[in-house]
Design a protein around this ligand. Structure first.
Ligand code: PXP
Length: 236
C-alpha cells in the first residue's frame, strides 16, 4: 500500500513563530526521498498552515504526485487551474474547525460539484472526493465524474471497542469494493496512526493512505535526540 504524506503541520509549526523554519517544502522533499508516493497539502481559505508560496514551490519541485486538498470555492478553483497539481482532493472546510471534520456533502452539492469537477477535468486535473464510506456517497461521486474517492477514516480512528472497529472496517471494505465496481480509484485517510493503520492494509481496493498528524508527530519526537546532540556539539 502506498503512502501520501500530508505536510500541513510542518507549516503550522513554522507559522507559530512567524518564521521561515521548518519549511514544509523541505519536509516534502525528505518525505519523497524516504519513499512517499505523494505529497498532500491543504491550502485553506484562511491560510492557517500552507501558504500560496508553499504550494507554488511544491508544484515546481515535487517529483512524485502533488495532491492539493481544498474547498470547493471559486478562489481555490482558480488557484488549482493555475498551479496544476497532479490531483485535487475536495474537502469540506469550516473556519472554526481544527481539522477537516466530516466528509463532503456530495448529495447536497451535486450541481456545484459536477461543474467543479468538469472544470478541473478540462484543465487536465483529476479530482478526488473526500467522503464518508457509504454506498450513496460513492454512487453519487461516480455519477458526478470523480476519478478518486478518499474514504474518510476519521470515525474508524476514534473507535476503541473491538466490535465497533471490526464493523467500521467492514463498512470501509464494502465502500471500497463498491467504488471499484464504479471504476473509481480508492484512497483513505484521516486520523490514521501507527496503531490503527495496519488493519487498513487488509482492504485491497485501497491503493494509498494519506497521513499527516501521526507522521509529523513521530518525526518531531524521533528527531529530538539528534537535534539536542547537534546543539550540544556546537556548545561543547
Ligand atoms: N485526508 C484528508 C482529506 C484530510 O483532510 C486530512 C487532514 O488534513 C488527512 C487525510 C490527514 O489526516 P491526519 O492529519 O489525521 O493524518
Amino acid at each position: 500500500m502506498k503512502l501520501a504524506v500530508n505536510i500541513d503541520h510542518i507549516a503550522t509549526l513554522r507559522n507559530a513563530r512567524l518564521a521561515e523554519e521548518p519549511d514544509p517544502v523541505t519536509a516534502a522533499h525528505l518525505a519523497e526521498l524516504a519513499g512517499a508516493s505523494g505529497i498532500v497539502c491543504h491550502l485553506r481559505e484562511d491560510r492557517r498552515h500552507i501558504k500560496d508560496r508553499d504550494l507554488q514551490l511544491l508544484r515546481e519541485t515535487i517529483k512524485t504526485k502533488l495532491d492539493l486538498e481544498m474547498a470547493m470555492t471559486h478562489e481555490m478553483k482558480e488557484i488549482a487551474i493555475k498551479t496544476k497539481p497532479d490531483l485535487v482532493t475536495l474537502v469540506p472546510e469550516k473556519r472554526e474547525e481544527l481539522t477537516t471534520e466530516g466528509g463532503l456533502d456530495v448529495m447536497g452539492f451535486q450541481q456545484e460539484l459536477r461543474g467543479f469537477i468538469s472544470d478541473l477535468k478540462e484543465a487536465g486535473i483529476p479530482t478526488s472526493l473526500f467522503i464518508e464510506p457509504t454506498t450513496q456517497a460513492i454512487t453519487v461521486s461516480a455519477e458526478l465524474g470523480a476519478d478518486f474517492v478518499e474514504l474518510h477514516t476519521g470515525k474508524y480512528s476514534l473507535l476503541t471497542k473491538e466490535t465497533e472497529i471490526e464493523a467500521e472496517l467492514e463498512r470501509l471494505q464494502n465502500a471500497a469494493h463498491i467504488a471499484k465496481t464504479f471504476n473509481l480509484r480508492v484512497v483513505a485517510g484521516h486520523g490514521l496512526n501507527y496503531q490503527n493503520t495496519p488493519a487498513i492494509k487488509s482492504i485491497k481496493e485501497i491503493e494509498e493512505v494519506s497521513i499527516g498528524h501521526a507522521l509529523i508527530a513521530r518525526a518531531a519526537l524521533f528527531g529530538m535526540e539528534k537535534a539536542v546532540k547537534d546543539m550540544l556539539k556546537l556548545l561543547n
